[in-house]
Write a protein that binds this ligand. Structure first.
Ligand SMILES: Cc1ncc(COP(=O)(O)O)c(C=O)c1O
Length: 464
């Protein structure tokens, strides 16, 4: 008998954590239980998640930026249903499929002039791998330059461009010829490029780990220096692209023209994994330069019809529902609303971001009693304070958020692009209340802080 997914979903509804404990990532289950995130979600609609007790949650995590359109958008479902009902001949491989051509045509119209070619793959990391290979082949150079604190994915090539030791440790040796410079440092960039032996500089226009914004002159100068020294400028827009920052690409804020633009996440419509590289024709012509090299790079599932249809539908929803405008406006209002709390709360240091990619940064307070409590947490584990914010945001206010990276006191928001004014106010008042509670020492939040510090100290001892 054919498996009934509907039956499985009801019959096995309460087995999810035990299945993961037995067959998937046991440590992840431990983490979820420890921080009280062990909810059973049964429904997702737009910017909201619903658990098995019918509690509604506002999702500021968006599956790490996948759900720009929220979950289960009817236009994406309709596009995917069209594909399923059309009995299309998918992935013939020895053909030229229409939907991939149409998506390429559409994306190119949204790119800066000069970008005319597309390569499709299945994830962000795969787009990064393609960019590494394409830059090496095009320039005949092997070195790749990236930024400190960068995140470009976790496959071996992408990991070689990762700025955080915690991700790299024990997985080496990584790709030779990769090195890091500080983000937003043009002198370091020129120095690194000046030997004319770097194939590509891969950079996130706004760094995801920490939400680090560049100076206005940075990316235009990156473009100029890369052109001067014959290095390809690769903009990793896997997180920042497709409307996240209030423009279609983050590079549009600075009017720069990279040689390659990498995308993934939101292009999926929240359904079908996809990645892509948009590039100048010269790169495509160099890599695929002869008929016997027509399949020199690719992967089996790339260009599949479901992913291509989801991509086309995603872009059309962004245009029809004015999501760039919404992302820019609500993003600005969220930043202003939380920024206005800085005078009231000593721990709150800075709110920054663009569109709906927003960081809230905490730091050491002025008053002595709070300082001692802060120090206790920082000594146990740098960056622990912001878990004291994300956990009550979740448990008390049903807001799912994330810490912005290891070792930093930054809470990050990447909500769906259509969040409303009501959602904005929900977030601002929740932050106000939770941060206010953090200023009560002793208090229930600091009981949580002590527990977190205890776990951190235990974990440190275990790794010694
Ligand atoms: C900027 C950036 N590049 C690359 C990646 C890797 O994408 P994926 O997880 O789809 O491999 C990510 C994922 O978070 C990212 O944020």
């Amino acid at each position: 008998m054919t498996v009934s997914i509907a039956d499985l979903l009801t019959e096995r509804a309460s087995d999810n954590f035990s299945l993961h404990e037995q067959h998937l990532n046991t440590q992840m289950v431990k983490v979820l239980r420890t921080i009280g995130y062990d909810r059973v979600y049964v429904k997702g609609k737009g910017q909201y998640l619903y658990d098995n007790e019918n509690q509604q949650y506002l999702d500021l995590l968006s599956g790490f930026g996948v759900f720009a359109l929220g979950r289960n958008h009817p236009a994406i479902i309709s596009a995917l249903t069209d594909v399923l009902q059309a009995d299309l001949p998918d992935m013939v491989q020895m053909d030229a499929s229409l939907l991939s051509g149409l998506l390429a045509e559409k994306i190119v119209t949204l790119c800066p002039t000069g970008i005319e070619k597309m390569f499709f793959c299945n994830s962000g990391a795969e787009a990064v791998e393609a960019a590494i290979k394409f830059s090496r082949y095009t320039t005949g150079r092997s070195k790749i330059l990236h930024c400190e604190h960068a995140f470009h994915g976790l496959t071996l090539g992408a990991l070689s461009l990762n700025g955080e030791e915690i991700f790299r440790e024990g997985f080496g040796p990584l790709l030779p010829g990769c090195s890091a410079i500080p983000f937003n440092d043009l002198d370091a960039l020129e120095k690194a490029l000046s030997n004319r032996d770097v194939a590509a500089f891969i950079v996130e226009p706004i760094q995801g780990k920490g939400v680090n914004l560049p100076d206005d002159s940075y990316l235009p100068e990156v473009a100029r220096l890369c052109a001067k020294y014959g290095t390809l400028f690769v903009a990793d827009e896997i997180q920042t692209g497709i409307g996240r920052t209030g423009k279609f690409w983050a590079i549009d804020h600075w009017n720069v023209e990279p040689d390659m633009i990498l995308m993934a996440k939101a292009l999926s419509g929240g359904f079908i994994p996809v990645g892509a590289v948009a590039m100048k024709p010269l790169i495509m012509e160099k890599v695929f330069n002869r008929m016997d090299r027509a399949v020199v790079h690719g992967s089996t599932f790339s260009k599949n019809n479901m992913a291509m249809a989801a991509g086309l539908a995603t872009i059309s929803v962004i245009e029809e529902e004015n999501l760039l405008e919404n992302s820019a406006r609500i993003g600005n209002e969220l930043i202003a609303g939380i920024e206005a709390l800085i005078d009231k709360h000593e721990f709150l240091k800075e709110v920054r971001g663009m569109g709906l990619m927003i960081a809230v940064e905490f730091g050491s307070p002025k008053s002595l009693s709070l300082k001692a409590a802060w120090k206790m947490l920082e000594t146990a584990n740098k960056g622990l304070f912001c878990q004291m914010v994300t956990i009550p945001l979740f448990k008390e206010h049903r807001i799912l958020s994330q810490v912005a990276g290891h070792g930093m006191n930054v809470v990050k928001m990447l909500p769906p692009l259509m969040i409303s004014e009501k959602d904005r106010d929900w977030v601002i008042s929740a932050f106000d209340e939770v941060i206010g509670e953090c200023h009560k020492v002793p208090g229930s939040i600091w009981d949580l802080g002590k527990t977190l510090a205890g776990h951190a100290i235990k974990a440190k001892k275990a790794t010694r």
